[in-house]
Design a protein around this ligand. Structure first.
Ligand code: UDX
Length: 441
């Protein structure tokens, strides 16, 4: 009989994992402590924006293979394999990770287990966490119940979550027994048969693969953004520099797009948690370069504010700024640590009237930032603007017609924080076009 799977925590990661496991043919129970979220998912509504996920959710629900509950007791009764997908956000007042949701997940589930179970952690955690959780699990399960822990980091990107889950670039599992490895090989039999590489390793290595990957990705982005800073003072063009670098296969171009830098629920907090953990372990110096990676990234936001001020003639006080994009990246409604939100609120703080538009992120932004004004269309945000800013590279902004937008604004001045637009086309339509790391033109 096919193994039965529970997914504990139904955020971006968990909801995607649950729907994809049902798509792969498993019986799946998604579990969350938030009844509103569970109600929405059970009704086929995604509580966040993720292209391609809703049809999978609908298919899973229709087939009867995918169900949702708030009951950990039901989860314990149902599952053979329990995937832990809860959040590990940045701890308030420190760079370290807040592991409370993970601990509470194990503490609640473990005493309820009555059948042989494999608990599989997918959350991003500091090295050493899995060992602590394994010990806690062993202490909390009832006598006679076999329950084991494994670590299986998740690498999905928002906006590509379904493809990244069904056809990941690699599967990494940290295990302590051949039995645990066998269960995970079985769960991932589909992708493995398609040739997805599998790395079987220990807990600490599995944990570190995830943070090392995110540290590398963040470093690549900050590297090219540091070059953008140099380009600005040398009157060079970072987009051409990046293109020329990309032809060297040792460097490559993927994940090295210059611009406003990285945000979201992963890269910023993961590099900070990594630095904190490495310091605790006595290897702080080894990753101290990540402090620079973080600083370069944050400087991009300040530089964008300066560009907006330049375009407004020196100060934005009393001027109207149209902001295009609020999500931390396109095809997402996620505004966690979004560079766009930082820039928009900084300009508001400097006295600008900020009118923002995002195809998916507006509702989330409105909740956290009622001080900004929100438009329901690109043209609405552009109307009467003295300066227009592109802060997230949605296709809708890339495809915008500079002539049409030009008729809406008070002044044809645009700063492109994501190198999303064709400068020649916008300049030809009479716009003053500025971008990070490119000559003023
Ligand atoms: C990231 C990792 O890619 C993923 O493997 C991990 O599981 C979670 O963290 P995600 O946060 O969804 O995924 O987004 P990603 O596509 O990596 O982008 C992160 C940020 O970097 C975004 O703000 C994006 O705009 C920015 N970015 C990305 C750049 O500025 N330049 C790039 O070349 C790529």
């Amino acid at each position: 009989m096919a193994r039965r799977i529970t997914v504990l925590g139904t955020g971006y990661l968990g909801a995607t994992h649950a729907a994809c496991m049902a798509e792969l043919g498993f019986e799946v129970l998604g579990v969350d402590v938030d009844p509103g979220r569970i109600e929405a998912l059970a009704a086929g509504r995604l509580p966040f924006y993720e292209p391609g996920l809703e049809p999978l959710l609908a298919r899973g629900l229709r087939s009867g293979r995918l169900r949702f509950t708030t009951s950990f007791a039901d989860a314990a009764d149902f599952g053979d394999v329990h995937f832990c997908c809860v959040g590990t956000p940045q701890r308030a007042g420190s760079g370290g990770a807040d592991l409370s949701q993970l601990f509470s997940c194990i503490d609640t589930l473990a005493p309820l287990l009555r059948r042989p179970s494999l608990i599989v952690g997918k959350s991003t955690v500091p090295a050493g966490t899995a060992a602590i959780l394994a010990e806690r699990l062993a202490r909390l399960v009832s006598p006679g119940v076999t329950a084991e822990l494994a670590w299986n980091p998740e690498f999905l990107r928002e906006g590509h979550a379904v493809a990244d889950t069904l056809r990941p670039e690699r599967i990494v599992v940290g295990v302590r027994s051949a039995a645990a490895e066998a269960v995970l090989r079985d769960v991932y039999a589909g992708p493995l048969a398609d040739g997805v590489p599998l790395v079987v390793t220990d807990f600490a290595t599995a944990e570190l693969v995830k943070v090392a990957a995110n540290a590398f990705l963040a470093t690549k982005i900050s590297f090219i953004n540091a070059m953008a800073e140099v380009c600005e003072v040398a009157d060079a063009d970072v987009t051409m520099l990046a293109q020329a670098l990309s032809y060297d296969h040792r460097i490559g171009g993927a994940g090295m797009r210059p611009g406003l830098g990285f945000g979201g629920g992963c890269l910023p907090k993961d590099i900070r948690a990594f630095m904190t953990r490495a310091e605790e372990l006595g290897a702080g110096e080894s990753v101290s370069f990540l402090r620079q990676v973080d600083a370069i990234n944050i400087r991009r936001r300040a530089r964008m504010v300066t560009l907006a001020q330049d375009l407004a003639g020196g100060a934005v006080d009393g001027r109207q700024v149209g902001v295009l994009g609020l999500a931390f990246k396109p095809d997402s409604d996620d505004i966690r640590d979004s560079p766009a939100i930082d820039v928009a609120t900084a300009l508001h703080g400097l006295g600008a009237r900020v009118v923002a538009y995002d195809p998916a992120g507006t509702a989330n932004a409105q909740r956290g930032h009622p001080e900004l004004e929100y438009a329901t269309s690109l043209l609405g945000a552009a109307a009467d603007a003295d300066v227009l800013l592109v802060l997230t590279e949605w296709a809708e902004f890339r495809d915008a017609d500079p002539e049409v937008i030009g008729k809406a604004v008070a002044q044809r001045a645009i700063a492109d924080g994501r190198h999303a637009l064709d400068p020649a086309a916008w300049r030809a339509a009479g716009w003053t076009y500025r971008a990070l790391g490119r000559p003023a033109g």
